[in-house]
Design a protein around this ligand. Sequence first.
Ligand code: PLP
Length: 390
Amino acid sequence: MRTIYLDNNATTQVAPEVLEDMLPYFHDYYGNPSSAHLFGGQVARKIREAGERVAALLGAMPEEIVFTSCGSESDNTAIMSALATERGKRHVVTSRVEHPAVKSLCAHLAGQGYRITEISVDGEGRLELEQYEKSLTSDTAIVSLMWANNETGVIFPVERAAEMARERGILFHTDAVQTGGKIPMDMSSSVIDMLSLSGHKLHAPKGVGVLYIRKGTKFSPFLIGGHQERGRRGGTENTASIIGLGKACELAKDRMEEENSRVKQLRDKLENGLCARVPNSRVNGDRSNRTPNTTNISFEFVEGEAILLMMDEFGICASSGSACTSGSLQPSHVLRAMGVPFTMAHGSIRFSLSVYNKEEEIDFVIEKVPPIIERLRELSPYGKAAGGKL
Ligand code: PLP
């Protein structure tokens, strides 16, 4: 059975060009980039090239790039660094819809006595900017706001939010894990202090990430060890993956146009096709300001998990907006923060595309999913109560 992979916000396929660039660094060029000999030096040169490629995607300088193990490490490092350098400040501002890499860390910090403010979003998943402005105080050590939401794709105005923080002398971090290669990001024209990326969301391997740190930003390392990454992260570099991530960023820059034209068209065709064929369905999130590859669709009166299982029988891979907590299905914190009604939130599915998707795959999904929803509604007591075949 063929796989139709529409779960690219969870992880992506490593691009063939990326794999090709990585392979020699497992076996042939295995030197330690910190070694004094030429054998290690040639690896160090490739790592520098990777830094230049990441910097080019971000409109940054190569020395502002630190390679980490993942997006979560980058997020944790940014926030913990600010708490260490902004001595005496005990307040962190974030949003209600962050990824657990930020949200759970903030909950942990709250347990240690830090004050956390989570800014609300409206029904379309847009940041409440006025509330944000009011939350900034002289005690705020850092703001951490995601650039694009992993569940809905909704984009936050982080450049504006960073300016508002800068005016008050507050550090600003953005989790751009879902934005890399999807929308332009230019650090040279923004005042964002720190930014996180993750390799496996943009066709590089799992286990490698980036923390961008603006030149001049006070910084305290999270991983203390050797002099690697200019003393900003100890530990021998994950050389092959870093080289792969560099290549992936180069490809992402070249393919941004395709993401925003062909991939976006496929995404729109998918959501319009499904919403037209399935009554009582709707798209969650601001349709006019989303990443081009993501759609989050609610099918009322059915369970997302059941839809996923039935789609799996056709090889269709996506994600649901509810997770099993203590034996019952709970809608995600993102959909709850948006106030999506329970009957809608339970049946929400996130489809996330990539440049590797083809139109025939989208046609196949548009053909297969409506009968799945119809069948589940016939089985569901809520669906029956609402008139069976809605
Ligand atoms: N931030 C966002 C918005 C994400 O979507 C993810 C992964 O899903 C992460 C952070 C964590 O990235 P990683 O899996 O590389 O730790």
